[in-house]
Design a binder for this molecule. Structure first.
Ligand SMILES: C[S@@+](CC[C@H](N)C(=O)[O-])C[C@H]1O[C@@H](n2cnc3c(N)ncnc32)[C@H](O)[C@@H]1O
Length: 323
């Protein structure tokens, strides 16, 4: 129902501050006339800045799995759409090559991924991402998909639920939480679930993190297939880039960051054929140059302005020319 409200009355239309904006734009080295794919258009914050840096004739292809994000940006950046400088694609970013094909948008100078959940989604209680704004146990980026958080919490068996919480939430108390949830389900809202998790672990114990934080992260990752999506988009982004084009990825937890870091390191490595190994080595020149040895993180001023930036890590790499 939030999706259908006029934009000014939309509770999710609170301001959205793009994370690590300046280092992202610098890292992507956006110049006038650049073509950039923003795989996670969200509230359009990064895209608006990309359009401005690439003016007067640069172009952005903006993708989002969330139809509400696409709708909001199509209103907010209507002038850029009318000027044919912005085109939008509703779908998973694992379909980025298809999106580029549909819009004849390749090769490109830059690809941006700003992963995870937007502040609009977090603040819209009906989307069920947050226990601070209680809502149904949903957590889908794309409400047209069928699996939602309630299916996992209320229907999956205890062992599978525990595995999810341990693996994708990196929550050491995953087994205990799963046992408690299975004994006390069904749950209808995010607040009920958060309350049950707090009881399962015996209260807050003075930690800064709410005891439900990691379990909520785990559920969201599974509902949206977030790690699979990330593994699928990285090689496609590389294929879409021109030699010298840049890829920027902002991640918000260690599971995502590890995938990005390892993939970049792998693409930056030279493989040499080793005839002494039976199924062994093969020749491959590096395809990427890593521009961020360590990830870029937000400074104190940004964290105090925008607490969401606290856990953000930005990695940038440049596509090398093929020989
Ligand atoms: C952190 S927000 C992006 C915010 C945006 N950079 C801005 O400045 O407003 C992440 C967005 O990515 C979208 N998203 C997450 N995973 C996705 C996926 N696999 N495919 C497409 N969109 C995805 C979410 O729906 C959300 O709108």
């Amino acid at each position: 129902m939030g999706d259908r409200l006029p934009i000014a009355a939309d509770p999710a239309n609170a301001s959205h501050l793009p994370v690590l904006l300046a280092p992202t734009l610098d890292g992507l080295a956006v110049r006038p006339g650049a073509w950039v794919i923003d795989c996670t258009i969200g509230g359009g914050g990064h895209t608006e800045a990309l359009l401005s840096r690439s003016a007067p004739d640069g172009r952005v292809l903006g993708i989002d799995a969330d139809p509400a994000a696409i709708r909001r940006v199509s209103l907010r950046l209507a002038d850029a759409i009318a000027a044919r400088r912005l085109v939008l694609f509703h779908g998973d970013f694992a379909r980025v090559e298809e999106a580029a094909d549909v819009h004849a948008f390749a090769p490109v100078d830059g690809v941006l991924l700003d992963l995870g959940v937007s502040s609009f989604q977090l603040q819209t209680s009906e989307r069920g991402f947050s226990f601070l704004h209680s809502g149904p146990l949903d957590m889908r980026f794309d409400p047209t998909q069928s699996l939602c958080a309630a299916d996992i919490v209320n229907d999956w068996d205890e062992r599978d639920l525990a595995d999810v919480i341990l693996r994708y939430g990196e929550e050491p108390q995953g087994r205990r939480i799963a046992r408690y949830l299975v004994q006390h389900r069904p749950f209808a809202t995010t607040a009920e679930l958060a309350d049950a998790i707090e009881k399962a672990v015996g209260g807050r114990r003075g930690s800064r993190l709410h005891p439900a934080t990691r379990t909520f992260q785990a559920l969201r990752i599974v509902v949206n297939g977030e790690l699979t999506q990330l593994e699928a988009v990285l090689p496609q982004a590389l294929r879409l880039l021109k030699p010298g084009g840049r890829l920027a990825v902002i991640s918000f937890h260690s599971l995502e960051d590890r995938i990005v870091k390892q993939w970049m390191q792998d693409e930056a490595r030279t493989y040499v054929h080793d005839p002494t190994r039976l199924h062994g080595g093969y020749d491959r020149q590096p395809t990427l140059r890593i521009l961020t040895k360590k990830p870029i993180v937000a400074d104190e001023a940004e964290v105090s302005r925008n607490p969401r930036s606290r856990s953000a890590k930005l990695r940038i790499a440049e596509k090398l020319p093929t020989i």
